[in-house]
Design a protein around this ligand. Structure first.
Ligand code: ATP
Ligand code: MG
Length: 350
C-alpha cells in the first residue's frame, strides 16, 4: 500500500430475492478485517422475480431502512449479480498482445455468450499465456440489469463502485476465511431462495462456475403444496416453527424429499463439470446462503456424495465486538451474509 493512500472500504449490498443483506468491514494493519456493520432485511417476493428487480422503490425502501438503522455512513457501495443476468466463460485464443486482445475479446465473446455483446458489460482477465495459446476469462453482465442494481444504490444516495458476481463474492469470502484449498477439489454452493451459485475450486484455482435455478423457494413451495398452507406459513414451517398441528416428522419428510432432488441437481452439475475438466471428483462441499441451515440438507449431501459438507462461516477470520454483534444473531445469519462479506473484502479500485 502506498504511503498516505489509504484504500477505501466498500459496503457489500447483496440484494437477494428474499432479503437484502449488508456488510461493511474495516481492514486494519496486517490485512485483518473487522466487522463495522452487518444487517439483514427481508424482502417480499414480488420485489425481485427471477432475478429481475420488479419493484425498485420497495427494494430502495427496505435497503434504505437497513442503512439508516445500522448507521452506515460509507458512500461506496458494491452490488452483486447472478443467474441469467451474467455469464462467465473461459476462452482459448492464440497468444496475442494486450491491444489485440482488447480488440478481439468482444468478437470472441459474442460466440460464447448467451446474450449479445452489445447488451452486455464485458470484462476479462488473462488466466494463462503460453507461447502459442492463451486462456482468458470473460465475464459479461446484462447492461439493463447492471443499471437496475446500480440505480438502487444511487437512489439510496450512495455511489456504486463495484459490480460483483455472487460466484466470485462467495469465493472471496471463502478464501479469506479458509484459504485457497491447494490439495483438493472444493465445491462452494451458495443456496439462496431462487438460485444456487456454484463455484468449484481445484488446487487453489477457481475452475467452474454455474448458477442453478434451485433454492429455498423449492422447499417452501413443496411445503405449501403438500400441507395446503400459505407461503408465509410454509416459510415458518421450513425454519422449524410449529404451525397448527403439523408434525415435525411430516415436515422432515417433505424437506428430505426436496433435498434429495436438490442433491440430484447438484450431481448433474458436478457430472457436467467432470466432462469439461480434468477432474473427476468433488472432494468437499461448502454450503453458504440462507438455505445452508436448512434442516438436514448438509446430511443429505454428505450421504449422497460421501464427502465432508461444511457450512461456511464468512466471519471465521473477521474480528467483531460481541456486544455490537450478538454471536447468536451473527451465527444465524452468517451463511446468508457470505456474498456481502465477499464484496466488503474488496476495496475501491481493486
Ligand atoms: N434457518 C433456516 N432454515 C431454512 N431455510 C432458511 C433459514 N433461514 C433462511 N432460510 C432460507 O434461505 C433463503 C434465503 O437465503 P438468501 O438470503 O441467501 O437468499 P437470497 O439472496 O435472498 O435469494 P437469491 O439470491 O436466490 O435471490 C430463503 O429461501 C429462506 O427461506
Ligand atoms: Mg442471494
Amino acid at each position: 500500500m502506498l504511503l498516505g493512500k489509504k484504500k477505501k472500504n466498500i459496503v457489500g449490498l447483496d440484494i437477494g430475492s428474499s432479503a437484502v443483506k449488508l456488510v461493511e468491514l474495516k481492514v486494519g494493519r496486517g490485512g485483518r478485517a473487522s466487522l463495522v456493520h452487518a444487517g439483514v432485511a427481508p424482502l417480499s417476493p414480488e420485489a425481485i422475480v427471477e432475478g429481475t428487480i420488479m419493484d425498485s422503490s420497495l427494494v430502495v425502501e427496505v435497503a434504505g431502512r437497513l442503512i439508516r438503522e445500522r448507521g452506515v455512513k460509507n458512500p461506496n457501495f458494491g452490488v452483486s449479480l447472478a443467474g441469467m443476468n451474467v455469464a462467465i466463460r473461459k476462452i482459448h485464443l492464440p497468444t496475442m498482445s494486450e491491444a489485440e486482445l482488447a480488440e478481439s475479446i468482444p468478437w470472441e465473446a459474442e460466440q460464447y455468450l448467451p446474450f449479445p455483446v452489445s447488451d452486455a458489460n464485458l470484462d476479462y482477465v488473462v488466466l494463462e499465456t503460453g507461447p502459442e495459446t492463451m486462456t482468458v476469462l470473460a465475464v459479461a453482465a446484462k447492461k439493463d440489469r447492471v443499471a437496475d442494481y446500480t440505480s438502487v444504490v444511487s437512489q439510496l444516495g450512495k455511489t456504486p463502485v463495484l459490480v460483483d458476481l455472487d460466484v466470485f463474492a462467495i469465493q472471496n469470502a471463502y478464501e479469506y476465511n479458509y484459504g485457497a484449498p491447494e490439495d483438493r477439489v472444493v465445491a462452494l454452493a451458495n443456496v439462496g431462495a431462487y438460485l444456487t451459485n456454484i463455484n468449484i475450486l481445484a488446487h487453489g484455482q477457481s475452475v467452474f462456475w454455474r448458477d442453478i435455478i434451485w433454492g429455498g423457494n423449492n422447499f417452501t413451495e413443496a411445503i405449501q403444496r403438500e400441507l395446503h398452507v400459505t407461503r408465509e406459513q410454509a416459510e415458518a414451517i421450513k425454519v422449524g416453527e410449529r404451525v397448527g398441528d403439523v408434525s415435525p416428522q411430516t415436515v422432515f419428510g417433505i424437506i428430505n424429499a426436496v433435498a434429495q432432488d436438490f442433491a440430484e441437481e447438484l450431481k448433474r452439475t458436478f457430472d457436467f463439470f467432470y466432462t469439461t475438466s480434468a477432474h473427476d471428483r468433488v472432494e468437499e462441499i461448502v454450503l453458504s446462503g440462507g438455505s445452508a441451515h436448512l434442516l438436514n440438507l448438509d446430511q443429505v449431501l454428505k450421504d449422497r456424495f460421501s464427502v465432508p459438507v461444511e457450512i461456511m462461516n464468512p466471519f471465521k477470520e473477521i474480528a467483531y465486538s460481541e456486544t455490537e454483534f450478538p454471536p447468536e444473531w451473527l451465527n444465524r445469519h452468517a451463511p446468508a451474509l457470505a456474498v456481502a462479506v465477499g464484496m466488503a473484502l474488496r476495496t475501491v479500485g481493486d
